[in-house]
Design a protein around this ligand. Structure first.
Ligand SMILES: Cc1ncc(COP(=O)(O)O)c(C=O)c1O
Length: 424
């Protein structure tokens, strides 16, 4: 435990000049200085905005400060940064060609590998980002069924297109006109939303577990998942699993494989190519015709380098038992953090699968304590997030975890100072 007598807030030991200079330049030429989920603006000021490099479970910001990486680029990095086999495969493909007049043979190789790996899949299509994949799932479901309505869980994140972005600026009511809403893990609410849709129900979209930013995470109730499957079977709608965030972190066969519920369509991105830009839609034969009819494409969707990286990533995930490694590392992290919380007399919730955990403080509805915790952790070299789940990569070593725990112990100390000592 950190020295409980130590109460002074030390000066930030890190160099920040390059980051601050880049922020000033960016403010002039990039709207808001930065945008989207990687904007450091909503984060405590201790966070760097600009990053320089990464290796294994370590990342360095533009000032050369080193962090143990518990955000993994918000999910894409699963084997660790610069995984040698993935980078070698990407380099070999890039030396041949990347973006051409047609896809390379790797597109077929990768589709075959995904169909062999993910149980529900009979075919695969590729794109770039998770939003491409979730949007494409909706389009295919509508093309196949000839219906319009898609049900989504209230508060769930499925991407940043006008139909699903959490911020309404620039969207129209019409963008959402064909959505219906249910509550995650509440089958009655899904049935009721399906009844509202009547014979216009095209699909039910669901994430493998509830991972809405800023809230305690909730694992899926298998009875809820089975109920959604039955609802879709009874109505002819597509069950769409949004595996963009969890895919290849929980199970190689798809995140609902352990509970035995197969979706019709699944959306993938983030971790499938260990940081190389790629997304995929996987589907079963019932939706093949719809997938064949739609016109979906993009200038960079068929680039070969990311596909070669994906093949190497999937190979390494299996060969290196990466999911088991993440589970072990995630368990050690969870146990350490919960021990520290108890020792500091702090009531916390540590939720979600251990490889994608999220920490909240009891009663911290405005995230004030989470921000104090995160600010102190980042100052001490643990790259976590106050309002988003964390990601444990398979590159995380015992030494990395020990460093994170040294930082989080100091972070709990900072929260304790903020709250005042119990009994004082
Ligand atoms: C569950 C889920 N779906 C879709 C997306 C959108 O992915 P992308 O940001 O690659 O468009 C995300 C991104 O965080 C996600 O977590």
């Amino acid at each position: 435990m950190a020295d409980r007598a130590h109460t002074a807030v030390g000066a930030d030991p890190r160099q920040r000049t390059a980051d601050l200079a880049l922020r000033r330049r960016a403010a002039a030429v990039i709207p808001g200085g930065m945008y989207g989920h990687q904007s450091a603006r909503p984060l405590p000021p201790e966070y760097p905005q600009f990053m320089r490099d990464g290796r294994g479970a370590r990342v360095w910001d533009v000032d050369g400060n080193c962090y143990v990486d518990l955000m993994c680029s918000y999910g894409p990095v699963v084997l660790g940064h610069q995984h040698p086999k993935v980078e070698e495969a990407a380099r070999a493909q890039a030396a041949l060609a990347d973006c051409q007049n047609g896809p390379g043979p790797v597109m077929v190789d990768l589709a075959e590998l995904l169909v062999a790996t993910v149980r529900h899949a009979d075919w695969a299509m590729f794109a770039k980002n998770g939003t491409d994949a979730t949007t494409m799932c909706c389009t295919i479901a509508r093309a196949q069924t000839g219906r319009s309505r898609i049900l989504v869980a209230r508060g769930a994140y499925h991407g940043a297109a006008p139909w699903c972005t959490p911020r309404l600026a620039g969207t129209t009511q019409e963008d959402r006109a064909n959505l219906g809403y249910y509550t995650f893990n509440d089958l009655a609410s899904a049935r009721s939303a399906a009844a509202d849709a009547g014979d216009d129900l095209a699909a039910v979209m669901v994430s493998p577990f509830k991972h809405d930013a800023g809230f305690d995470q909730e694992l899926v109730d298998p009875a809820f998942a089975r109920g959604l499957r039955e609802l879709c079977d009874a109505s002819g709608a597509a069950l769409i699993l949004d595996d963009v965030r969890c895919g290849f972190r929980l199970h190689l066969g798809g995140s609902w494989e352990p509970i035995g519920v197969e979706p019709d369509l699944s959306a993938w991105s983030k971790a499938i190519a260990n940081g190389h830009p790629l997304a995929a839609v996987l589907g079963n034969d019932r939706f093949r015709a719809g997938a064949t009819d739609v016109f979906v494409t993009g200038s960079f969707w068929f680039s070969a380098t990311a596909m070669a990286a994906a093949i190497a990533t999937i190979g390494a995930l299996g060969a290196e038992a990466a999911i088991e490694t993440m589970q072990r590392a995630g368990t050690a992290l969870r146990d350490g953090i919960l021990r520290q919380a108890a020792a500091w007399g702090m009531e916390v919730n540590y939720t979600g699968p251990v490889q994608m955990p999220y920490l909240t403080f009891a009663g911290d509805s405005d995230y004030a304590l989470a921000r104090v915790f995160a600010a102190e952790a980042i100052r001490r070299g643990a790259f976590i997030h106050p309002r988003h789940n964390w990601f444990v990569s398979a590159a995380m070593t015992g030494e990395d975890i020990a460093e994170v725990l040294a930082a989080t112990d100091e972070a709990f100390a900072a929260v304790r100072r903020q709250l005042g000592n119990p009994g004082s």
